[in-house]
Design a protein around this ligand. Structure first.
Ligand SMILES: Nc1ncnc2c1ncn2[C@@H]1O[C@H](COP(=O)(O)OP(=O)(O)O)[C@@H](O)[C@H]1O
Ligand SMILES: [Mg+2]
Length: 337
C-alpha cells in the first residue's frame, strides 16, 4: 500500500450493548484516507456515520457503546488499543474533529481565543504569548473580522456562523494530519456554508491534511470530496472516487440517493424516493441489509449477506448484482421457468 496513507480503518465494529439487545451501529467498516485527500461518508440518518467517526478517537459513550472489533491505524499505530494518555496527545492535535453543533467543543465561559491558545500550549508547547498570537492568527485565517477583538469574546457573543469558524480554527490550530468533520455546515445558511467549505479546502491545501467529511448532502460531497464511502445500516455499501460515483453509481442504494436529487437542467416530473426505512441496528436481516427496499432484489439477496467486493481497480461495492453467484441464480431461474 502506498505510504501516503495517514489513516486506515479495518473491520471496525462499534456496538451498543444494553438490556434492549445489541445495536450494531458500526458493523465492519474499512477505508483508507491518504494525505491531502477528502473522503466523504454519506448515507441516511442513523446508518452509523457519526459513530464511525467518534470511534476513530474512542469518543463513543461507553457503556453502552464498545468497539468490539477492528483497528484504527494512524500512520500504522493502532488507536483502538492505545493507552488513554497516549491517545489524549493525538486528539485535537494529530486528529481533530468538528461537529454540527460548535458548543459541543467550545467552553461557554472562556474567551474563544484563550481556548485555542490553551490547545496550542498543551499540544505544541508554545509559550503563553506565542500561543495567543497564533490563536488570533487562526481566528483571522478562518475569515472572522477583527480577530484581536473577537478572540477576547466568549462564545455567546459570537454569531452561529462565527462560532462554527472558531471551532474550525481550533481544530486546525495544531495542523492536524486528519480532520474529521461531521455535518459541519448543516445548520448554517448557504452563503456561510460555502465560505466555510472554501476555508477548509484552502487550509487543506496549505497543511496537506486528510479530511473525513460526513454529510447527508450529496451536493456538498460533489463540491468537497475526492472519494466517497456510502454507508447503509452500519456498513459501507459502495466506495468510489467522486466523479465516478455520480457518473456510474453501482449500488442500488447509491442510485436511489442520486436519483432523489433534484436535477436543475433536466426535465424531471417527480423525484424518485427510496421507499421504506433503514432496518433497526438491533435486528438486521440475514441477507443484504438493503434487500427489502431494493428494486433489483432476488432470492439470493435475502438469503446471504454480500461482501464489499472490488468492482474495478478503484471501486468497491457490496451487492450481489456484481457477483458470479448472481449470474448463476439468474441462469437457474431461466432454466426452471
Ligand atoms: N447510546 C446509544 N445506544 C444505542 N444505540 C445507539 C446509541 N447511540 C447511537 N446508537 C445507534 O447507532 C446508530 C448509528 O447512529 P449514528 O452514527 O449517529 O448515525 P448517523 O450519524 O449516520 O446519523 C443508530 O441506529 C443509533 O440508533
Ligand atoms: Mg450523525
Amino acid at each position: 500500500m502506498s505510504n501516503d496513507v495517514v489513516l486506515e480503518v479495518k473491520n471496525l465494529k462499534t456496538h451498543f450493548i444494553s438490556s434492549k439487545g445489541i445495536a450494531k451501529a458500526v458493523d465492519g467498516v474499512d477505508f483508507v484516507l491518504r494525505k491531502g485527500e477528502t473522503l466523504g461518508i454519506v448515507g441516511e440518518s442513523g446508518c452509523g456515520k457519526s459513530m464511525t467517526s467518534l470511534s476513530i478517537l474512542r469518543l463513543i459513550p461507553s457503556p453502552p457503546g464498545k468497539i468490539v472489533d477492528g483497528e484504527v491505524l494512524l500512520n500504522g499505530k493502532n488507536l483502538v488499543t492505545m493507552p488513554n494518555a497516549e491517545l489524549r496527545k493525538i486528539r485535537g492535535n494529530r486528529i481533530s474533529m468538528i461537529f454540527q453543533e460548535p458548543m459541543t467543543s467550545l467552553n461557554p465561559v472562556i474567551p474563544v481565543g484563550e481556548q485555542i491558545a490553551e490547545a496550542l500550549r498543551l499540544h505544541q508547547g508554545l509559550s503563553k504569548k506565542a500561543a495567543w498570537a497564533k490563536s488570533v492568527e487562526m481566528i483571522g485565517l478562518v475569515g472572522i473580522p477583527s480577530p484581536e477583538k473577537r478572540a477576547k469574546q466568549e462564545p455567546f457573543q459570537l454569531s452561529g456562523g462565527m462560532r462554527q469558524r472558531v471551532m474550525i480554527a481550533m481544530a486546525l490550530a495544531c495542523t492536524p494530519e486528519v480532520l474529521i468533520a461531521d455535518e459541519p455546515t448543516t445548520a448554517l445558511d448557504v452563503t456561510i456554508q460555502a465560505q466555510i467549505l472554501e476555508i477548509m479546502k484552502d487550509l487543506q491545501r496549505k497543511i496537506g491534511m486528510g479530511i473525513i467529511f460526513i454529510t447527508h448532502d450529496l451536493g456538498v460531497v460533489a463540491e468537497m470530496c475526492d472519494q466517497v464511502a456510502v454507508m447503509y445500516a452500519g456498513q459501507i455499501v459502495e466506495h468510489q472516487n467522486t466523479a465516478e460515483l455520480f457518473k456510474n453509481p453501482l449500488h442500488p442504494y447509491t442510485q436511489g440517493l442520486i436519483g432523489s436529487l433534484p436535477k436543475l437542467y433536466e426535465d424531471q416530473d417527480e423525484l424518485q424516493i427510496i421507499e421504506g426505512t433503514v432496518p433497526s441496528p438491533y435486528d438486521y436481516p440475514e441477507g443484504c441489509r438493503f434487500a427489502e427496499r431494493c428494486p433489483f432484489a432476488r432470492s439470493i439477496c435475502s438469503e446471504k449477506q454480500p461482501d464489499l467486493i472490488q468492482y474495478d481497480e478503484e471501486s468497491k461495492v457490496r451487492c450481489w448484482k456484481y457477483t458470479n453467484e448472481w449470474q448463476v441464480s439468474l441462469t437457474k431461474e431461466l432454466v426452471t421457468t
